[in-house]
Design a protein around this ligand. Structure first.
Ligand SMILES: Cc1ncc(COP(=O)(O)O)c(C=O)c1O
Length: 400
């Protein structure tokens, strides 16, 4: 991701064949909306793993921290290091599990905060850290499995786990947390059962005289669906990027999608009736048509399974994509778009005039989730930051 200082001018941006536009104003808006929705006692962790769900981790991190988030969440150590190297100083929780001494030393060196999932892992951390007293005590976050059946100590063993870590040298407990499996479902039975287990575990921990300084449970779905899931912190990913985890949660706060995918028309041509289009001729023109070739394909993250099933926006009109999506290019039926020329910008995801195409639309067509769509755009597509931060930098330049 280009930082906002490096973002090319709009003129330069237009020379790209295809790109992802990231609206930092929208991200800042979403953070402010979430902040208003949360009580002052609840901290907001912005989950910026997977390159901030495809939006560009460094720029998003800077934006969310300015807008009111105080924590960042990443999945891996390199994701955390990338942020530290960019100068990000906020606390960073590594949500994934790490065990090797190299990983532990890297976590300590880069001032990242690990998730500990088992007593054994805690013992290894404590032992390895003994050799680097300058990094001790290392803040650690203890993960409980309350029903996700992924990382974490079984909730029934939480008190013993916390007690062990409390007594281990070189570690200090920063939080105890768990993760919801069905937070976005309108039926909250399972989420409530997980919450009940979390609270039972916490009560047992407290009964042993142990008081974790921070408890957290909710992702975007949990945050938007039920304030009793908020506790001391929420870990929000999808909603930061302006998408709702489920349609029934869209009335809670107003979010603005931040990501748009655009590409350029590289050729316009007429084809007679009966002409096959693209590999396999999975589309055959029934009439004479005007088609446009657009410089984006599955190597950029346009799922090939959308072949013949997706739309695009050109000159504020919705048009159909035709034929197989190829590695670098797609074709559109632009018969109804007058005066279309090479170089015209096509919106694959996003808004053009009154028309819009959402990641949720693609997800519905493909039978997947919007999280996967956002994370699917490849690095070949430059991320172009637009919006408030860019404008701020331009103003600063003009003033300075
Ligand atoms: C442990 C954990 N917390 C929070 C999140 C953020 O989830 P969401 O994007 O649904 O807000 C994730 C993402 O998968 C996660 O793994």
């Amino acid at each position: 991701m280009l930082s906002w200082e490096q973002s090319p001018s709009v003129a330069l941006m237009r020379q790209e064949r295809a790109w992802v536009e990231v609206n930092l104003s929208a991200i800042a808006h979403n953070v402010r909306q979430l902040r208003r929705f949360l009580s002052a006692q609840t901290a907001l962790m912005a989950v910026v793993k997977a390159d901030a769900y495809g939006h560009g981790a460094t720029t998003v991190a800077q934006t969310v921290l300015q807008a009111g988030a105080t924590w960042l969440g990443v999945a891996t150590i390199p994701e955390g290091i990338e942020l530290r190297e960019a100068g990000v100083q906020a606390p960073i929780l590594v949500l994934g599990a790490n065990h090797t001494s190299e990983q532990i030393r890297a976590i300590a060196h880069w001032k990242l905060q690990p998730t500990l999932c088992t007593p054994r892992q805690a013992l290894v951390f404590s032992e390895v850290l003994a050799a680097s007293p300058q990094h001790c005590p290392l803040p650690v976050h203890l993960k409980l499995d309350t029903g996700m059946s992924r990382l974490g100590t079984p909730w029934q063993e939480a008190a013993a786990f916390v007690k062990l870590v409390q007594h281990l040298p070189n570690l200090t407990i920063a939080s105890v947390y768990s993760h919801l499996a069905t937070a976005e479902d309108s039926n909250r039975t399972i989420a409530k059962q997980q919450q009940q287990r979390f609270e039972t575990a916490v009560a047992q921990i407290k009964a042993w005289g142990l008081h974790p300084p921070c408890l957290h449970l909710a992702n975007s779905g949990g945050t938007l669906s039920d304030p009793t899931f908020h506790y001391d912190m929420v870990r929000v990913g999808l909603a930061i990027y302006g998408l709702y985890p489920a349609a029934h949660l869209s009335t809670t706060i107003t979010l603005k999608p931040a990501l748009q995918v655009k590409a350029r028309v590289t050729q316009v041509k007429a084809i007679p009736a009966g002409t096959g289009v693209s590999y396999g001729h999975r589309f055959v023109a029934e009439r004479e048509m005007q088609i446009a070739v657009v410089a984006i394909g599955y190597a950029d993250g346009i799922p090939r399974n959308l072949s013949n099933k997706m739309d695009a926006l050109v000159k504020e009109q919705r048009v159909s994509q035709i034929g197989a999506v190829t590695m670098d290019q797609i074709m559109l039926d632009v018969s109804a778009v007058p005066d279309l020329e090479e170089g015209e910008v096509v919106t694959l995801l996003g808004q053009d005039g009154n028309q819009s195409i959402a990641a949720d639309d693609w997800a519905a067509t493909l039978g997947t989730i919007s999280w996967e769509i956002l994370c699917g755009f490849k690095h070949r597509l430059p991320r172009i930051a637009i919006g408030q931060a860019l404008q701020d930098s331009v103003s600063r330049c003009l003033e300075g």
